[in-house]
Design a protein around this ligand. Structure first.
Ligand SMILES: [Ca+2]
Length: 86
């Protein structure tokens, strides 16, 4: 979260003359340049025989800033276990 803050410094002398000055402090979010990491659940390579059933064991994702991104993972591709793949 970005925000601006101010600190007021003040002083007065014995005659009652007052001086004051502000310091501005800006707080900003650092740029996030680190990509999230996807971790496959199970092996990265799966070998099946024709006719076997295939159930995708999925993956998890995490990010240095956003934390758990598993629910945001999208996947694409299909497996047809009735045909030898290439
Ligand atoms: Ca990140």
């Amino acid at each position: 979260m970005a925000g601006e803050y101010a600190i007021l410094y003040a002083v007065s002398d014995a005659a009652g003359n007052v001086a004051s000055v502000y310091r501005e402090i800006i707080v900003r979010a650092a740029a996030d340049t680190t990509a999230p990491v996807i971790t496959l659940t199970g092996s990265a390579s799966v070998t099946l025989n024709i006719g076997d059933s295939f159930t995708d064991s999925g993956a998890t994702a995490s990010d240095n800033i956003d934390g758990n991104l598993t629910s945001s993972i999208t996947s694409s591709g299909t497996v047809d276990t009735s045909v030898v793949g290439n």
